[in-house]
Design a protein around this ligand. Structure first.
Ligand code: BMA
Length: 331
């Protein structure tokens, strides 16, 4: 189907629509025959391992965006001294990456989004008093301008929306403690200039067993005609420690602290060896998603077991339908 026909088909069949750019070269594999779930893994996973960079102990929770005629990314590299560092990387196809060994920032769990012609990076910035949310921007992934940290310690999982809403930048955050926090809700804060933040709003807390310990925002929210599609991680504490899985919700377009729909179960949880075995076993940690407005395809990048980067696929229809079919928000 060509683009116009696809748009007409979506309108007639009342299908969800991504509001954003077209990404014709989005990494993609069709859903395997007989697969009943809304998210499926790339068959060549993991796409990045420690062998992609000299002196890396592990390369995992990482962010990517379309850039030029390919893709750019910021990668979490824990080094052989076990320092937390961020480096850049480039790719033609979103699957095969060349990483640079120059450290751009110290910290971890980067998120990227493009807004107003700049690529904004948010990450877990390290301070002597605990972690906070670092903010920086670039035009070329070579020179970076660092802004004020977006909150005082202690917080993690700072995720910017890809455009201003009602004239304000909006940032999802997860207040936490200095350790492996045994609790956690998602909040939102607003700013006119990315320097001064306020208008704090509660967004969501754990609801079901699979996420009962804590929840935190994942990739940059995806704008759809139904609202903001948010993938997030939820953490379960078992007698063996934490298990991280990916859930999904739809937030109100204009007041994104309002959760319109939310799946009561995970959409992706540790199952494959590279998710079950590694430096931290049983971790699926999504940090980025590419979304093609033309086809509705979505490619999610996630860390596996705090050791590798992996890729999974879905479509906006599959995910939105699944969330609504398993909705824990009662009308
Ligand atoms: C969180 C963060 C993530 C990590 C996860 C599982 O607190 O440190 O980077 O993937 O724990 O270890």
């Amino acid at each position: 189907m060509i683009r116009k026909e696809r748009a007409a088909f979506r309108a007639i069949h009342d299908m969800a629509k991504i509001i954003g750019k077209e990404i014709p070269n989005i990494p993609w594999q069709n859903k395997p025959e007989g697969w009943r779930y809304p998210v499926w893994r790339y068959t060549e996973n993991p796409i990045i391992t420690r062998d992609n960079l000299f002196f890396a102990n592990s390369i995992f929770n990482s962010a990517v965006v379309p850039y030029g005629d390919g893709f750019a990314g910021v990668f979490r590299v824990d080094t052989m001294t076990r320092d937390h560092t961020l480096v850049t990387g480039f790719s033609k196809d979103g699957v095969h990456w060349n990483l640079n060994d120059e450290v751009i920032f110290r910290g971890y769990d980067p998120r990227l989004c493009e807004t107003e012609g700049r690529y904004y990076l948010t990450w877990v910035n390290l301070t002597p008093h605990g972690t906070t949310i670092g903010v920086a921007y670039t035009a070329d992934f070579k020179t970076w301008t660092q802004l004020e940290d977006a909150c005082y310690p202690v917080a993690r999982n700072g995720v910017l929306f890809p455009r201003k809403i009602n004239g304000e930048y909006m940032l999802l955050i997860r207040p936490c403690d200095r350790g492996h926090t045994p609790y956690g809700d998602i909040y939102l804060q607003q700013s006119k200039d990315l320097a001064y933040w306020g208008k704090y709003r509660f967004v969501m807390s754990p609801q079901k067993n699979w996420e009962m310990t804590k929840v935190g925002a994942g990739p940059t929210p995806i704008e759809t005609d139904e609202g903001w599609l948010l993938f997030y991680h939820g953490v379960l504490t078992s007698c063996n420690g934490f298990t991280y899985a990916m859930g999904a919700a739809i937030l109100d377009k204009d007041e994104p602290w309002k959760v319109l729909h939310r799946a009561d179960c995970f959409l992706l949880a540790p199952h494959e060896t590279y998710e079950l075995v590694g430096d931290v076993p049983n971790v699926v940690f999504p940090c980025a998603a590419l979304a093609d407005a033309d086809t509705g395809r979505i490619a999610v990048y996630y860390g596996g077991a705090d050791t590798v980067v992996a890729l999974a696929f879905t479509t906006v229809d599959e995910t939105v339908d699944f969330i609504k079919a398993h909705d824990l928000i009662k009308a």
